[in-house]
Design a protein around this ligand. Sequence first.
Ligand code: PAF
Length: 282
Amino acid sequence: MDVVTDPVRMQELALEGRRRGEKSALVPTMGFLHEGHLSLVRLAKERAENVVLSSFVNPAQFGPQEDLDRYPRSVERDLELCEQEGVSVVFMPEAGTMYAEDASVKIEENALSRGLCGGSRPVHFSGVLTVVAKLFLLAQPDLAIFGEKDAQQLRLIRRMVRDLNFPIEIVPGPIVREADGLAMSSRNSNLSVEERAQAIVLRRSLLAVEKAVAKGERRVEILRDIVTQHLAEAPLGQLDYLSFVDDETLAPIEDLGDQPALAALAVQFPNARLIDNLTLDF
Ligand code: PAF
């Protein structure tokens, strides 16, 4: 397994692999790997001979009041896990080598990024898209795997690939959950014991929505009430947003219709902001 820190070296290696006709898959991460990330690596391995895992806590996607300094890190353990999973290259650049001091080009998206997480994290998606575009150019993958927990991110990346003609297939990876249903996230490790116990309300409230929809409920107002009732069981969590949107365009919907919808929410706990979502397909 190669561990590469220099972006120029990463691109050289990727181009060499491409010239040899090898197929490669990229798994972009911010490190502190968990089973969710490893499931993406396994998907990548099924599809490509070379798997590049990037591990970079990208400062450009954190707002000034956000948790960049507290984002968990575990380089040694991550490297061990990558080795065990048969990753070919781990790309771990330093922020100083990824961005020139006077970097002045960014990728902006102006439709899908407006609501949900984009509503409360204004710089976030521009930072994500810019770094993902850079990772695509450095790692030159044929395909890239993104987890469905970050539902809005996944749709934005697909849109970027479409709009900017990246010759890269975007492959979604299903959400991986803890035994009690909490979606795996590196940020879970920052939760206190009490917060962790209450964090299960995200999943519980979405399951209650799914149940109501299965029984025929279509009114978003009623579905919202169901979530709010569940969230009352987690007094340490503050609802950041709860959105019912079209699954593709992310446009808000009044009542569920025939089109697939996405129910997504973010809850701010004192030590971590958590997200989860559910696709409602009829
Ligand atoms: O989902 C993440 O971990 C990050 O947003 C990503 C895609 C690695 C970009 O920094």
